[in-house]
Write a protein of this length. Structure first.
Length: 369
């Protein structure tokens, strides 16, 4: 293999297509503050994702953080540590206390059998994560939330375009938040959105992303600046035209990985879920070193020697971050801890060649002893 392979590569339209999309900005000089590109992309995404209401942000993290703020929550939020830093930090930065629930060993999403034992009189919400594009146990989460009168905010960063039981994944929960980061299935360079059902909540959210401004002479809230600019929106408009084809190409890559790695003793792969239309966002594998004969770290290093950038995603767990100074007991989430020490996500993007996939699989299988 004569070239380096990164774990991901951003999808981009043809250069001329993007230039054509942004050309009118040199006439309008409208570069940000919910301009025509922002409005156009928002309309297109509402249709594509089958949403009732949505608002767009400068990134997916601000969608999460400001959604929590708009809900005006106090107390504890049940979530998982097997996630990216953004999930946990959005909770903490709102003055809320994360309570870490373990994950399911097959789907890697929140273990709904363990949620109720964590609920106290301080619990105000559940923030589950659709990990690697795997859909959480939505029905059980909804049942628990209704029983205890809790809000549900889904971190749906990995699940753009995913459908569950024929409905867009963004239509579940009180709020679902997507990331449009450059590394995602669909990107706006940087960006994100929140999807919701309550128009009044939307007004509060819109205000919070624009400095708390309610009107030209009326600022009745303390907000942030989380507006998506026109260049990012234009990139989104271009990428949305091609995203279905990008997902089809990603599917071919995943199928090739499964051909060689599915069913290998000592390797656990991502599940195929019933009633889910997937987006092929990630290809994680988990090593049982006692069976496979090599550890995750040994495979990682062997891939790196060959110019292949796999990723330990998610490692470390968020409940072990140095910034929390040992506040949380990682032994209370043993499944998440076990998975984090054994996971590698392999390179996956639309234009990854099947020949490269074959070589990646060959190197991994040569590590088996």
């Amino acid at each position: 293999m004569s070239h380096n392979i990164l774990v991901t590569r951003s999808s981009m339209p043809d250069f001329d297509e993007y230039i054509e999309e942004i050309k009118e900005m040199w006439e309008t000089h409208w570069l940000t503050n919910m301009g025509p590109k922002h409005k156009e992309l928002e309309k297109q995404l509402k249709d594509y994702l089958d949403l009732e209401y949505m608002d767009m942000f400068t990134n997916g993290h601000m969608a999460l953080e400001l959604s929590l703020q708009a809900l005006n929550l106090k107390g504890e939020v049940i979530t998982t540590p097997f996630t990216f830093a953004s999930t946990t930090h959005a909770i903490v930065r709102n003055g809320l206390e994360p309570v870490f629930c373990d994950v399911d060993p097959v789907t890697f999403t929140i273990d709904t059998n363990k949620i109720e034992s964590l609920i106290t009189d301080k619990t105000c919400a559940i923030m589950p994560v659709h990990v690697y594009g795997n859909v959480c146990n939505i029905e059980e989460i909804e049942r628990i939330a209704k029983k205890y009168d809790l809000k549900v905010i889904y971190d749906a960063a990995h699940t753009f375009g995913v459908k569950y039981r024929g409905k867009g994944i963004g239509s579940y929960g009180d709020v679902s938040c997507f990331s449009f980061h450059a590394t995602k299935v669909f990107n706006t360079i940087e960006g994100g959105c929140a999807c919701f059902h309550d128009a009044d909540f939307g007004k509060e959210l819109y205000k919070l992303k624009n400095f708390g401004i309610k009107g030209p002479e009326d600022v009745d809230g303390i907000g942030a600046n989380a507006k998506m600019n026109e260049f990012c929106a234009a990139m989104g408009i271009c990428n949305l035209r091609h995203v279905d084809n990008e997902i089809k190409k990603r599917k071919l890559v995943v199928e090739r990985y499964m051909k060689y790695l599915g069913g290998v003793d000592g390797i656990q792969v991502n599940p195929v879920q019933d009633n889910v239309e997937p987006n092929y966002a990630y290809f994680p594998i988990f090593f049982d070193e006692k069976v496979f004969g090599s550890t995750r770290n040994e495979v990682f290093e062997e891939l790196a020697k060959n110019g292949i950038g796999a990723r330990k995603y998610f490692y470390p767990l968020t409940n072990t971050f140095e910034c929390f100074h040992g506040k949380y007991d990682v032994n209370k989430t043993p499944v998440a801890l076990h998975l984090s020490k054994r996971v590698l996500t392999l390179p996956l993007y639309a234009d990854l060649s099947l020949e490269d996939v074959d070589n990646i699989c060959r190197i991994i299988l040569e590590c088996k002893k």
